[in-house]
Design a binder for this molecule. Structure first.
Ligand code: C2E
Ligand code: CA
Ligand code: CA
Length: 746
């Protein structure tokens, strides 16, 4: 089958739609996740800032407390010395030695102004430097670290001067800086974070990392070096800290180094304007948070994947569903070509898109019903398939070829060469079909129309090709018919008719004529067939000129009901005036059959005029009875049930099957005029003969129409046909003339 544009269209549309949706959902969730992560991060930073400040404050507080205690101890010692409890410096050492450990002091030292003296653990000290530093302080003083004179350690010294035996001395309580670190400055966060104790110039006194062995290391320079801070913004932050510390302010900041963030807090200590600086890297602090964030992101991503997965799944099943729907809506199951709806939709697009040399053709198989009877259903389906394939192949590439009803194919295409040659080719090539092993010849009717650039309505162009095709049907020696001016005029005429048909009905322009039906054997009148005439502007229009159109546009339904009621009125008047109850045939178009309750309406009308239903003969054409789309048997049975008689009109032209005929509740077979015309009157083996035998077998009466000559009457009488209708007896008559006609004969 040709590529279905419609399917591509649907797919494309759905595809785009879903990608849009999926992407939107994906991006939304991702944005939400990122916002969430950002929020968590900010929260985390705030928390870290708070934590590190607290930590730093605690450390400072602890340090303050410890220094306070140690100072107090030194004060107590000096107080008791002042009170004169001791005779010698050794007495002093002996008294306090035991308490030293409680305050983490390593030793006591007593020195004079020249720096000479002894220690509590028996060392002699000579010329200890910078004694002025200690003697100048009134209160307990805590020194920065300095090398010990008696060991290799760095020490810090608590000092206070005092008078002993009239001499000015100073008492040192020393602590090992290293021990001090252990006690006062904690290492934090598995050793990756820690604390520095610095003086107001930024010189590191103690560091909990134990990294700084030298003296007088400046923390600002050290931090820049140690943490490899090169970023000017971060350098500024460090410089800012230095300034703040000078101003005795506290603060927190963070620096980013190689993806790691270091948080720094500096907190003042109560002694010597020293500061505790706490440093913590975020990879340790934020590790748990990071794990949390990673998990959150993972979960978000997973949810996202699931949602996207579900959408894709839904999309795929939707597409499957769509394709199924599409197939039932647009694909002809027999030929796998597009169906009528498909043709109309894509034809419309085609009319929009293509500019020049556009053609539409419709092709059907003449007497396809007969082929059905001959070859059977399955083979005929294969014939349709083969014809569809052939048309698709013969017609120019990119043709849109569809089966738009039973055996009717329509195709729309662009062709720049000689269209007549192409149509000839279609006629000859597509007539010879190969179905399985057998070659089948089908007689095609082809109607073509050259589409102009103004044509945008697919129904109109389709209609023109239809008109050309029915024209072609009547022309036995033409292979195709191309829509021309003649047909254009006809279509215009039809349009005109359509524009005033409703008014014509209201204005009672439709009149009835009655053509008598006569019993063959007795010559007595049986009744008449009611036939419609259109009297417009004093002219009579024959039904052949409007009934086919009314059947197409369904106006026939209204007209038939109107005729039916008029006939009933006439019949009532004949009964009342002449006590005459003829059997009147009324034509019923098959367009009524789509409405299940149509017969109820007929019953209502004939009952209203008290007409015996058996006196009404409803003529239904043979072609109506073999329409696949109609449950003919059910309809005929319902008509019969109400008591009307039923005739099969135009019998012999429609190829109904014998088995169907057998089951139908019909009263009469009406033999078409063509068989009278064609009858070889001298031969027993003509078609009328055959139909007559058939009717007898089925126990159905026969009526022959279109009988014009004496000869024909004789012939029919011989065949024991029951009723004759034709010009031989009478042309259709007006009501008044028909009244004259029957009054003379009853
Ligand atoms: P039909 O039902 O087959 O009607 C018979 C047609 O054959 C009539 O043509 C009638 O005038 C014509 N006819 C009868 N005897 C002869 C004869 O000896 N020689 C010739 N040459 N013709 C003869 P008419 O009235 O033109 O009707 C044509 C068709 O229009 C009818 O064919 C019927 O199918 C349709 N028709 C007419 N009136 C109505 C109607 O009220 N409702 C419906 N649905 N169809 C109608
Ligand atoms: Ca008829
Ligand atoms: Ca007929």
């Amino acid at each position: 089958m040709k590529k279905i544009k419609q399917e591509e269209y649907i797919k494309e549309k759905r595809y785009k739609l879903n990608i849009k949706w999926i992407l939107t959902i994906f991006i939304l969730i991702m944005i939400m996740s990122l916002m969430y992560v950002k929020y968590i991060k900010e929260l985390t930073y705030k928390n870290i800032y708070k934590n590190i400040s607290e930590l730093s404050e605690q450390t400072a507080a602890q340090l303050n407390l410890a220094i306070e205690e140690q100072k107090k101890f030194v004060e107590i010692m000096v107080e008791s010395i002042d009170r004169g409890y001791f005779k010698t410096t050794d007495d002093i050492f002996d008294r306090f030695k035991v308490d030293l450990e409680d305050y983490n002091f390593t030793r006591l030292v007593i020195l004079d102004k020249n720096g000479n003296g002894t220690t509590s653990d028996g060392h002699v000290v000579e010329n200890y430097p910078n004694m002025q530093e200690f003697f100048s302080k009134e209160d307990v003083y805590l020194s920065e670290n300095r090398p010990s004179t008696v060991s290799d350690n760095q020490v810090n010294i608590y000092s206070k001067k005092f008078k002993f035996n009239k001499k000015e001395l100073v008492l040192f309580a020393t602590i090992n800086t290293e021990d001090y670190r252990e006690i006062l400055l904690r290492r934090l966060f598995n050793g990756e974070g820690g604390t520095y104790l610095i003086n107001n110039n930024g010189d590191v006194l103690i560091d909990s990392f134990d990294n700084i062995k030298e003296n007088n290391v400046n923390i600002y320079e050290y931090m820049k070096k140690m943490y490899n801070v090169t970023n000017q913004k971060d350098i500024n932050k460090i410089n800012n800290m230095a300034q703040n510390i000078k101003k005795l302010e506290v603060g927190t900041f963070d620096v980013k180094i190689n993806k790691n963030t270091y948080f720094v807090h500096y907190e003042k200590v109560n002694v010597n304007n020293w500061y505790v600086v706490t440093v913590a890297p975020d990879n340790t602090i934020a590790n748990e948070i990071n794990i949390f964030i990673t998990i959150s992101l993972g979960v978000c991503f997973l949810i996202n994947i699931i949602i996207v997965g579900i959408s894709i799944y839904i999309d795929i099943s939707n597409q499957k569903q769509n394709r199924k729907l599409y197939k039932t809506a647009y694909v002809d199951p027999i030929t796998k070509l597009g169906n009528e709806a498909y043709f109309r939709e894509n034809g419309t697009i085609f009319l929009e898109e293509q500019e020049k040399n556009k053609y539409i053709i419709t092709v059907d198989i003449n007497k396809f019903k007969a082929l059905n009877n001959i070859y059977g259903y399955e083979t005929c389906n294969n014939i349709l398939k083969a014809l569809g394939n052939k048309l698709t192949k013969i017609l120019p590439t990119d043709n849109i070829t569809c089966r738009i009803s039973n055996d009717v194919f329509a195709s729309i295409f662009v062709y720049e060469k000689n269209i007549k040659r192409l149509l000839d080719k279609v006629y000859t090539n597509a007539s010879n079909l190969k179905v399985g092993d057998i070659s089948i010849y089908v007689n095609l009717s082809i109607g073509a129309y050259k589409i102009s650039s103004e044509d945008k309505d697919i129904n109109k162009v389709l209609n023109k090709s239809y008109t050309a095709r029915s024209k072609n049907k009547g022309l036995y020696n033409e292979n195709y018919y191309i829509f021309d001016e003649v047909l254009e005029n006809k279509l215009n005429e039809e349009q005109k008719i359509e524009s005033y048909m409703e008014n014509a009905l209201k204005n009672k322009e439709f009149k009835i004529v009655y053509q008598p039906k006569v019993f063959t054997q007795t010559g007595k009148i049986r009744g008449a067939e009611a036939l419609v005439r259109w009297e417009r502007d004093g002219k009579i229009i024959q039904p052949g000129n409007f009934i086919p159109l009314f059947e197409k546009n369904k106006f026939i339904v209204k007209l038939d009901l109107y005729i039916f009621e008029q006939v009933c009125k006439d019949m009532q008047s004949w009964k009342e005036k002449y006590n005459f109850e003829p059997n009147i045939s009324i034509n019923v178009s098959k367009e009524h059959f789509v409405n299940e309750n149509f017969i109820e309406e007929y019953v209502k009308i004939s009952d209203k005029y008290s007409i015996k239903r058996s006196q009404i003969d409803l003529e239904i054409t043979e072609s109506a009875t073999i329409d696949e789309n109609i449950d003919t048997l059910k309809i005929l049975n319902s008509i019969k049930e109400k008591g009307y008689t039923i005739s099969i009109d135009d019998f012999g032209t429609g190829y109904s099957s014998l088995s169907m005929l057998q089951n139908m509740p019909i009263d009469l077979i009406k033999i078409d005029k063509v068989f009278v015309d064609k009858a070889d009157l001298n031969s027993d083996r003509n078609i009328i003969n055959f139909i007559m035998l058939l009717a007898k077998r089925l126990d159905v009466k026969t009526i022959v129409e279109g009988v014009e000559t004496e000869e024909q009457v004789e012939f029919i009488r011989k065949l024991e046909c029951d009723i004759i209708q034709g010009y031989y007896y009478s042309k259709p008559l007006s009501k008044a003339d028909f009244e004259d006609y029957f009054n003379k004969r009853i």
